[in-house]
Write a protein that binds this ligand. Structure first.
Ligand code: HEM
Length: 466
């Protein structure tokens, strides 16, 4: 990779000095480690949590090591934490500091407002028309790679494919850069760090002297490479002459003496955040959507026909998006069945009560959105792939807060609407030209770490359509 490694940030440096092993392979005290007895095991670890919510109800207190965690699975309680009593709960990001630094996604209160407000305009739907040609340029580059894969017959892992596409879309549209790093390499670095469950296993194997694939040193090296990526983005040449981009808005803020909270390190951390939060989630959604449409050829055919009717042989524009209603519904149904962020975590900051249970400062609450997405209480035949739930009258009947792939309240995803546009265009264009054939295990196993990922990846062969 053609990037140089910058000195670690203060936070990263103090993490490394204070808790040597934790700083390298995820923090033992983090909730992802604590929850691992519940989320590890079986082909779908979500089933254990799902059964618990069916048996013990919507507010389940459990003790993991020294922490009390409340598992919430009722939409009214999601609203309570995210909207009505927002001030009593704070964001929780232990164990992910090297990924995000002190970016917007990790902070609360006034500092959060000051960081989010200047970046918000970049995600306004008015910007989408400007972004679409950049999304299409990235999709075209991916299609050129798939053309070769279709000829060679070489199998591919789809999350890596969609991750590299999503990273390219963000670099081009939001940063006005062609990716100034090797995305396959960066993908692997990030995975090395965030696959927290593996870390636990690695440590256990280390104790018993067994062999393991990734070492603590590998994880540290991976995070050094990751820390170098934002600088590579800032140093790279601009792609086009554009007046304003998200990157230029961030850089303006750094230069603004009246915004001391937005220093140079903040800019680095914001870029890191977008390359993770905007890439990992978008990529997982598209990869799962390609898996689902491969298992449901009738959906794939309908997507292809819709593209033909809406934009035909020309490149799609932002104005075509509303016409791609079925394709968009497939993306939404994918995020219901496989929400990339399967739970939202908060720490209680002020005493509260939910459903008669006292929540004390320091307790953690886990909003189990996957559970609500798969509950018969809110969805008819919840395990069925049925994109039309998200169309017309049926969509209007949805129970509020029963569908939270993008979070809720003021802390909901800043890039949610944009990611649906990216994925709708990508799914439409890829399926018009190609027939990706899923060749992995059926059903694919699930890994519930920070995100909901397919165990061992999603393996495909790419074919050109006849
Ligand atoms: C399918 C794609 C996506 C999914 C499923 C997703 C999911 C989420 C969720 C669930 C949250 C809230 C987390 C919480 O409340 O704890 C969130 C926040 C966030 N997302 Fe996304 N996201 C997606 C795409 C994007 C994109 C494309 C970007 C930007 C390029 C982005 C940037 C962010 C940021 C910066 C936040 C923090 C917002 C704040 O704290 O104010 N996400 N996302």
């Amino acid at each position: 990779m053609s990037v140089t490694t910058p000195p670690p940030t203060q936070t990263e440096q103090s993490d490394r000095n204070s808790t040597a092993p934790s700083a390298l392979l995820g923090e033992e005290s983090s909730i992802w480690f604590k929850l691992s007895p519940l989320t590890k095991g079986g082909e779908n670890p979500m089933n254990v949590l799902q059964q618990m919510t069916q048996r013990y109800g919507g507010v389940i207190p459990i003790r993991m090591q020294s922490t009390r965690i409340f598992i919430l699975s009722e939409p009214e309680h999601f609203k309570h934490v995210l909207v009505s009593k927002l001030g009593k709960y704070i964001k929780y990001f232990d164990g992910l500091k090297p990924i995000f630094g002190k970016a917007m996604i990790t902070v609360d209160g006034e500092p959060w407002q000051k960081i989010r407000a200047p970046q918000q305009p970049a995600f306004h739907p008015d910007m989408f028309a400007e972004y679409v040609p950049f999304f299409i340029a990235a999709i075209d580059e991916k299609m050129a790679q798939w053309e070769k894969l279709a000829i060679s017959g070489e199998p591919v892992e789809m999350v890596e494919q969609t991750w590299t596409l999503a990273a390219d879309m963000i670099c081009k549209a939001l940063f006005n850069r062609d990716m100034p790093f090797d995305p396959h390499f960066v993908f692997k670095c990030v995975k090395t760090y965030t696959d927290v469950l593996n870390h636990k296993e690695i440590r256990a194997k280390k104790k018993t002297g067994e062999l393991f694939e990734v070492t603590e040193e590998d994880a540290a090296k991976a995070m050094e490479e990751w820390a170098a990526v934002p600088l590579a983005v800032m140093d790279a040449e601009q792609r086009d002459a554009r007046e304003k981009t998200l990157l230029s808005m961030i850089q303006e803020k750094v230069a603004d003496e009246d915004a001391p909270e937005f220093d140079a390190q903040q800019a680095v951390d914001e870029i890191k955040q977008y390359l993770w939060a905007g890439t990992e989630t978008t990529a997982l959604t598209l990869a799962w959507a390609l898996y689902l449409t491969s298992r449901h050829p009738e959906a794939s055919e309908r997507i292809r026909r819709e593209g033909e009717e809406v934009y035909g042989d020309r490149a799609p524009t932002a104005a075509d998006y509303s016409g791609l209603a079925y394709t968009r519904a497939v993306i939404q149904e994918t995020m219901r069945l496989y929400p990339p962020i399967w739970a939202l975590i908060r720490t209680c900051d002020e005493e509260d009560e939910i459903d008669g249970k006292k929540i004390m400062p320091g307790d953690q609450v886990m909003l189990f959105s996957y559970g609500a997405h798969h509950s018969e209480k809110f969805w008819t035949d919840p395990e069925k792939f049925d994109p039309e739930r998200f169309m017309g009258e049926r969509m209007k009947k949805r129970v509020k807060y029963s569908y939270l792939p993008l979070g809720g309240g003021r802390r909901s995803c800043i890039g949610g609407a944009m990611s649906q546009l990216e994925n709708t265009l990508a799914l439409s264009l890829l399926l018009r030209r190609f027939r990706p054939e899923y060749v992995g295990n059926e059903p694919p196993g699930i890994n519930a770490t920070v995100t909901l990922t397919p165990k061992g990846g999603l393996h495909f062969k790419i074919h050109e359509r006849d």
